[in-house]
Ligand binder design. Structure first.
Ligand SMILES: NC(=O)C1=CN([C@@H]2O[C@H](COP(=O)(O)OP(=O)(O)OC[C@H]3O[C@@H](n4cnc5c(N)ncnc54)[C@H](OP(=O)(O)O)[C@@H]3O)[C@@H](O)[C@H]2O)C=CC1
Length: 259
């Protein structure tokens, strides 16, 4: 039985608890902060091994792995009076909060690990980037779809910046759907078709034997429609705009010393 604490039960905290129970109960006891109250209450009603604590200190006291899943701006308020013993491991999910910063806020000698779980962790499908590698934390995320330890915090920030592209992908699909609807396709049909098209793309990504370049080439007929869209819309200027915004994200995520 691993004792897992989660301080900040919002979107990602809920996804982690759901993932721990996906397709059978995980060998864990879970201790939740009283905030957010509603998802915490729902999860404890749903799973018998999930308990809501009286305060954040109780979460830290009762857990071996303490996951910090509140938003960046709430870290001081959430952790100001919380003492975390050096026998615990703290897992920090907050984008842009480095381990040095967190150690100052927490004032603990406990090992600190940064992690980027994705919403698909709820189905144990998220490969979670971690830094630094820690055997207990790596094993925890392995159970939830996979752990990807990286060598240093700069590498962690690069992958963290990539995570920021996720909702653009959904917005892109929404734009395609709206375009089809504008051209007379029933919105439900457009939605169904676009989802099916890109679920197929998702499945192709599971084929590790083909590089991303190769997958693009395999789906493209010379002078065909795919080549036309890629070459005229996702042109060099568009690709450059994308890398520019990623550079900006990375600069904001990196602590000043490494800029
Ligand atoms: N969503 C995602 O896909 C990912 C998010 N992250 C990171 O995880 C963190 C949480 O994100 P997300 O789940 O989306 O955010 P949410 O806003 O959904 O959840 C944050 C939770 O923190 C709670 N909270 C606020 N103040 C406190 C406090 N003082 N003590 C305890 N809990 C508190 C909030 O409770 P209340 O509702 O009561 O205010 C809320 O339930 C962020 O830092 C984000 O960068 C990392 C990877 C992926």
């Amino acid at each position: 039985m691993q004792r897992i604490g989660i301080i900040g039960v919002g979107e990602i905290g809920r996804a982690i608890v759901t993932g721990l129970h996906h397709e059978g109960r995980a060998a864990s006891e879970v201790f939740l902060s009283p905030r957010g109250a509603r998802p915490a209450a729902e999860l404890s009603a749903q799973y018998e091994d999930v308990e809501v604590c009286a305060d954040n200190q109780e979460v830290a006291d009762r857990s071996e792995i303490v996951i910090l899943a509140m938003r960046r701006e709430h870290r001081h308020e959430a952790l100001a009076r919380v003492h975390v013993g050096s026998d615990k491991v703290v897992v920090n999910l907050r984008a842009g909060v480095g381990n040095d910063d967190l150690r100052q806020v927490l004032g603990t000698d406990a090992p600190l690990v940064r992690a980027i779980p994705l919403p698909t962790i709820r189905e144990r499908r998220s490969v979670t980037v971690v830094y630094p590698s820690h055997p207990d934390v790596d094993a925890f995320f392995e159970r939830l779809g996979g752990a990807l330890p990286v060598a240093d915090e700069d590498s962690f920030n690069v992958l963290s910046a990539l995570t920021g592209t996720l909702t653009t992908h959904y917005a892109y699909l929404d734009t395609l759907t709206a375009w089809a609807a504008d051209h007379g396709i029933a919105p439900n049909d457009a939605d169904r078709y676009v989802r099916g098209l890109f679920q197929g793309v998702g499945r192709s990504l599971g084929d590790k034997n083909r590089s991303l370049d190769q997958l693009a080439a395999d789906h493209e007929t010379p002078n065909g429609n795919n080549e036309r869209v890629r070459g005229t819309w996702f042109d060099a200027a568009n690709a450059k705009a994308l890398t520019n915004v990623l550079d900006g994200l990375l600069a904001d995520l990196s602590p000043p010393k490494s800029r």
